[in-house]
Write a protein of this length. Sequence first.
Length: 116
Amino acid sequence: MATYDIQLSAFAEYNLLNIYCYIAESFSIETAKYTSQKIYKAIKSLSYLPHRYRILSVSKYTKNVYHIYSFEKYDIYYSINEIHHTVTILAVLNQRQAPNYSLFLQELPAVYGKYI
């Protein structure tokens, strides 16, 4: 079975840093590390069968298909590029945050992300 490369957008990196900082300040650094490791593990699991999670319903027409992986208290927004066999993580948000779907309608160039 083919696997996909996982790529983080700059916005997703920013989200993960904010999650870590919030937990470290509110609880402890150990809790922040543990939570971050669990989120990264969930993100890495998208390298196998990334199509298994639900598709984001967008009111506007878009050529891209976006998926949402709900993991514990977080929603992981991502897109799949079948040509390059990559999954790009667009955002990682706490489920209590109201997402602005227009953020995800833009193409995020690969140069602004990193592979994990």
